[in-house]
Ligand binder design. Structure first.
Ligand SMILES: [Zn+2]
Ligand SMILES: [Zn+2]
Length: 327
């Protein structure tokens, strides 16, 4: 079978490896249908993610079909599934409270354990999620990245007319714009790249998409930071209005905060990491199952695994939305 192999940063190759054994216990073997390239895959590729380990098989946004199942596995053959790419212990105080996303034992596929950019992979049923028949493959492959946004936005009330700013219009920013718009918000999406602004506009006619300098001095009820740079985080805080909230999804080591403004305006700050499983996946599927929810424009390019270098280069260019592999 073919798989991508990242020997060390920037050394990516497609290689032929032995076919996989039959799954054991509660494991299933999954044959890939589609897989998305994530911002974190690019970070791992370039050696920019401190907790990444090498060598590594990258990839964690995975949609496939169960083709073999171990004796204790409950998924019937042929079930279309996505996976939870972050493991958790199930026993610590956080897991017991349903917060599997902050389990200290968490390991991440495609970052510090092998991922799934391969024709097939084997995984415990514990990390497998069956998807409904009505959901198309292209919507289903967005479940994992979209669950990040669904989880983050649970912290704040976004209703008809809520003034929402999204700082950064990469994949997560675009997904946040799409969801906020779907919920009826007045959405302002911000990015420094004109291609991204064009893309985010295609998600909804009255989404306002602007450069950072165009919103200076404005204030919003909810600000979602999805760019993860010092400047973008600082801008997010300056955009939060009285009684407003800032939701941080992007990652950057540090930023300077306007403390007086935060205190005087009673701005609430939320940090949000991935999602809780399975409830956030279920909520995500509920949104994606609504045909009125416009999300497909987020997928910019679909390429075969053999075009992996072009796929990575396209994603790295920063000029496109989601790049996905078709198997
Ligand atoms: Zn991802
Ligand atoms: Zn735990």
């Amino acid at each position: 079978m073919l798989e991508l192999h990242l020997k060390s940063p920037n050394e990516l190759e497609l290689r032929l490896v032995d076919s996989l054994p039959f799954p054991q216990g509660d494991e299933v073997k999954i044959k890939l249908l589609y897989a998305g390239i994530c911002g974190s895959d690019l970070g791992v590729y370039r050696g920019k993610l401190a907790h990444a380990t090498y060598p590594l098989r990258p990839g964690h946004e995975l949609l496939g079909t169960v083709i073999e199942a171990g004796e204790q596995a409950t998924f019937p053959l042929g079930t279309r599934v996505v996976i939870l790419p972050n493991t958790f212990c199930g026993e610590c105080e956080y897991c017991q409270a349903g917060k599997t996303n902050i389990c200290p034992e968490k390991k991440s596929m495609g970052v510090n354990q092998d991922g799934g950019f391969s024709e097939e992979f084997i995984i415990s049923s514990k990390f497998v999620f069956a998807i409904p028949d009505g959901l198309t493959d292209k919507r289903a492959v967005l479940i994992e990245p979209f669950a990040v946004v669904v989880h983050a936005l649970k912290n704040v009330a976004i209703n008809k007319g809520t003034r929402v700013a999204i700082v950064g219009s990469g994949n997560e920013g675009m997904l946040a714009a799409a969801l906020s718009y779907h919920l009826g918000a007045q959405v302002t999406a911000i990015d420094i790249n004109p291609n991204k602004l064009e893309l985010v506009r295609s998600l909804g006619g009255d989404i306002r998409a602007v450069y950072p300098q165009e919103v200076e001095g404005e204030s919003f009820e909810v600000v979602i930071e999805a760019a993860g740079t010092k400047q973008s985080v600082e801008q997010a805080f300056h955009l939060a209005g009285r009684g407003g909230a800032v939701v941080l999804i992007g990652l950057t080591a540090e930023a300077a905060l306007p403390v007086t403004q935060i205190v005087r305006n009673e701005v609430t700050i939320y940090g949000s990491i991935i999602y809780n499983f399975p409830e956030d996946y279920q909520k995500t599927v509920d949104y994606l199952s609504n045909p009125a929810f416009n999300i497909e424009p987020i997928i910019s390019r679909v390429l075969p695994l053999s075009d992996y270098q072009e796929a990575y280069n396209t994603a790295l260019s920063g000029d496109y939305g989601k790049v996905i592999f078709k198997f």
